[in-house]
Design a protein around this ligand. Structure first.
Ligand code: NAD
Length: 324
């Protein structure tokens, strides 16, 4: 299968590319990535010599580049996005541009080239916040941050291309990912690397916000199930089954790094901070046989070990992005 992977030099996209080429050596993968601040070509270095791999540096908003790379593809797995909520609060323009307009450019090109399947990688954040129970795939979208609103826009646009034009679109909505190669501005790698550097960690509000955590390899396993066997026009949740408050998560990270609560700096809460995310992922479990394989304890231990062993990967990224 010839697959165009957008955002393949980012955290989740690069895991997807490394995994897919390992499990399916006959696959042909073209990565289209602009290499923004969060895109790191070294993330795909382990597969750079694979005969089925090619890399194009380009913008998903550029119709000419997108047209060239779309030709001859059997499928698209669309990860490319501006992905950090805090940055979207500081400035929403790049989020609307890449997440909404870039997705439209890709959908148009996929339609023009008769691409067989378009997997749009979305997020649980499109639903807003839920105080109890869990969202099913038919729940109305009610995003609260500019990031999640731009993702909701692209998610609905992708589904509209299925309904209007018959494009074979499948949407995945996943919970919070963690694992190796995650840009060190996101909470788990930020806390691990700050603790390794002897710094404090910034905890928003009182830490009562709850997130469901999934290991990035389980997310990518779910995406492949959807790519290979999902129903056209369907939405699938991909969850991890580990709901934790940020306070509890902070405690686990402090323990893992041998640090105490004196290293925690309490910050004013994030504007519009969603209290809780919770996905009901029984649809993908029952229809496609998905089940997360990495327990949170095992995954977090391995993630801490990875950041310990890869200072040369994250130190320059933190310096470049001026992360405290
Ligand atoms: P990331 O920021 O690590 O990677 C994004 C990648 O997209 C980078 O390589 C970047 O260079 C590239 N990119 C950005 N703008 C581009 C453009 N205009 N043209 C081409 N490439 C561009 O993000 P991530 O955490 O790997 O997230 C990937 C996808 O998964 C996103 O769509 C995100 O919304 C979704 N998602 C993420 C999570 C999570 O917990 N990280 C959870 C659910 C869904």
């Amino acid at each position: 299968m010839r697959i165009l992977v957008t955002g393949g030099a980012g955290f989740i996209g690069s895991e997807y590319v490394r995994r897919r080429l390992k499990s399916d050596p006959a696959a042909r993968i073209t990565v289209l990535d602009k290499l923004t601040y969060s895109g790191v070509e070294a993330n795909v270095a382990p597969v750079a010599d694979h005969r089925g791999y090619s890399f194009v540096r380009g913008d998903i908003c550029d119709p000419e580049v997108v047209d060239q790379v779309m030709a001859g593809q059997d499928a698209v797995v669309h990860f490319a996005a501006e992905s950090h909520v805090d940055r979207s609060i500081d400035g929403a323009a790049p989020f609307v541009r890449t997440n909404v307009m870039g997705t439209q450019v890709l959908l148009d090109a996929a339609l023009r080239h008769g691409v067989g399947r378009f997997v749009h990688v979305s997020t649980d954040e499109v639903y807003g916040s839920i105080s109890e129970g869990s969202w099913t795939e038919t729940w109305p979208l009610a995003p609260n941050s500019p990031y999640s609103a731009s993702k909701a826009g692209s998610d609905l646009l992708a589904l509209a291309y299925h309904r209007t034009h018959g494009l074979d679109v499948v949407v995945t909505r996943c919970s919070n990912n963690y694992g190796p190669y995650q840009f060190p501005e996101k909470v788990i790698p930020l806390f691990i690397t700050n603790l390794l550097e002897g710094k404090t960690v910034p905890l928003y509000g009182d830490g009562r916000h709850i997130r469901d955590w999934v290991h990035v390899s389980d997310h990518c396993r779910g995406i492949d199930l959807v790519l290979d066997a999902g129903g056209a026009g369907e939405v699938y949740h991909i969850g991890g089954g580990t709901e934790l408050s940020n306070h509890k998560l902070t405690g686990l990270l402090l323990d893992a790094l041998g640090a105490g609560w004196d290293r925690v700096e309490y910050m004013a809460d994030r504007k519009g901070h969603d209290l809780r995310y919770s996905l009901d992922d029984s649809k993908i479990r029952e229809h496609l046989g998905y089940a997360p394989q990495v327990s949170f304890t095992e995954g977090l231990t391995a993630t801490v070990a990875w950041y310990r062993a890869h200072r040369s990967w994250w130190e320059p990224l933190k310096q470049r992005a001026a992360l405290r």
